[in-house]
Ligand binder design. Sequence first.
Ligand code: DGJ
Length: 733
Amino acid sequence: MTKFMLLFLLLPIFFDSSAQQTQLQLKTTKNIILETADIALVLNVEENKDVNMVYLGNKLSKSDEYTQVTKQYKQANDYTSMYQSAYAASGTRSLLEPAISVEHADGNQSLDLKYIDHKNDISTAGKQHVTIFMKDEVYPFYVELHYQANYQDNIFEQWTVIRHEEKKNVKLTKFASANLNLKSDDFYLRSYHGDWIAEMQPETERLTHGIKTLDSKLGTRTNLLMSSYFAIGMDKTWNETQGTVLLGGLDWSGNFRIDFEKDPQDNLRVIAGINNYASHYALKPKTAFTTPKFTYTLSTKGIGEGSRNFHRWAKNNRLVDGNGERLTLLNNWESTYFDFDEKKIFHLLENTKKLGVDLFLLDDGWFGNKYPRNADTSALGDWNENKKKLPNGIASITKEADKVGVKFGIWVEPEMISPKSELYEKKPNWVVKQTNRPEYYFRNQLVLDLSNPEVQDFVFNTLDQLLQKNPSLAYIKWDCNAVIYNAYSSFQSDQNNFYVDYTLGLYKILERFRAKYPKLPMMLCSGGGGRIDYGALNYFSEYWPSDNTDPYDRIFMQYENSLFFPAIGSANHVTTFGKQDLKFKIDVAMMGKMGFDLNLEELRPEELSFAQKAVKTYDNIKDIVWHGDLYRFSNPRENNYASLAYINSDKSKAVMFNYLTFYNHVFKTTKPIKWQGLDPNKSYKVQEINLNKDDKTIAENLILSGDFLMNIGLNPVLENNRRSVVILLTATP
Ligand code: DGJ
């Protein structure tokens, strides 16, 4: 046969278009539809038993029209009809970024998941839970895809349960929680990077073809350098009130990995889950592995609505006592650091009372005897009161607090261990470290191996004993300052399981703790905002955004946190950081749960009386801030000022916070700021609050309608000598 003849014979293969049209030939046998109040998510089960995610967007009024969705797309070739897979498996037909990849017991790395069945449970509590059961065609390997639609909140939660019946362990080399497929002309990603005292720094970029990954490999304190929470704008214009926006994040406190892959068809695949870095998880036969939840909302009316969805959902489903009350407090960290004794603390209890806040929080430094905790170089793990500082123990402080009439709370960092500690001497194999390499410290400390059940018991018992001995302890601040270096667990037989089992161990402890102490207020602190996620926030009532308490920086950080996390969870303390006056500092702290970390003796008498009055003012508005809806009017990164408001549920009360974030003598807000979210038919009394004694108000006897405030607006008159302005609106009868 000549070369020419061979080419002629092969030509039909080169030009066979059937391979290029597989997507068009797909026959959908079932639509699985999840709906919330406004949004729908549609999955198709194809004739070949593939499951595809084909729609996420506004709910349609005729649900039978979802079957038409895919027919309207004539995109580029999808050679294997896998681009829209609801959970792309690797090693067979899919060559895009996988959601799952495995190494079977026999070493084979192929997986092709096929639909078996699904169930659709709709609860009376407004939750729709769809489970799709899938199995590999060859191996006894099973995956359940879980989708939960929270009807009222427009929030979807997605997770996966993986199990197998192979003869030996299977290695999960990637095991995402979710694999979304989004369609739009363009995708803009707003993600968050940062560092200690500079958390939640946003960056926005247009996503191009290829893969962009957000991840953390820090083990603990995993948001120190990056958050797993992000926003995707899907229209050219996407802002607070306009555009289609997806807000999401992984509810997981360990290493995470979110891949954004703009695929050859120009769709965006979002694959979110635990980071597979150094974690090719060994899964035993007949043992289910449940991934953490990937939580997201879609708003077609801008970011603001997406945030309100997140806040409502978090208050109802995640934060401990999310719709309850919070304790205002005085903390001693920045006023004493490690240098205190019983006498000083008794005095601080008096100051707590004097200031008018609810609780005194004793920070780091109260423990350790052989190695006293007088600096951050020792004693973590030795959770006994230091006899020199507290000769009569915590019990005498709680007794004194009772006498003074304030509550008392305490700091702990139970996951950690100091190399200079009795615990380290007794239990060196409880420590995460490479036994054959030099130790490497983060803040002079190491991490306890929470993947070890014995260590889990130790941590639980530490807290339990503290509370049993001191039942009136009213608050815990749980800190976590170190990342994991030299990751190695003496307990694990397969080091691949360490990172994942560490975080699961942490959750086991917190689960046990919450079973016994369901409502005890507890702050999630991680050397600042190193751990802010809805996996951990399931067990905490509030979080600490940053050790940076300069109110200027806090305006920006609190603003970005507010995209995902509600104000009731944001612990904001007034400290000596920052050159602003006390009013500015207090105004910023009021946008959340207010606390103080100040030496009252260092305040001038007029400052002290201002602070005392501000606590009372806050008591009047905190209900609106904690339980109301947030509307952001001005982003300080886009304008020279920040402006936002909380509005209560019946729209009868609102509080607006405004801050000048631009340092210039002549700049002022020349135009009114338009409100959102008010009742246009209500008339509101406009009052400027938290004013210094001699400050002039812009709102004397002013009554304006919601209609006016939303169409014309209100000018808070921010200028050089009015850098922060708080306005209270009260509907007139
Ligand atoms: C880091 C925290 O973020 C601070 O607020 C303080 O509690 C210190 N740790 C104490 O060591």
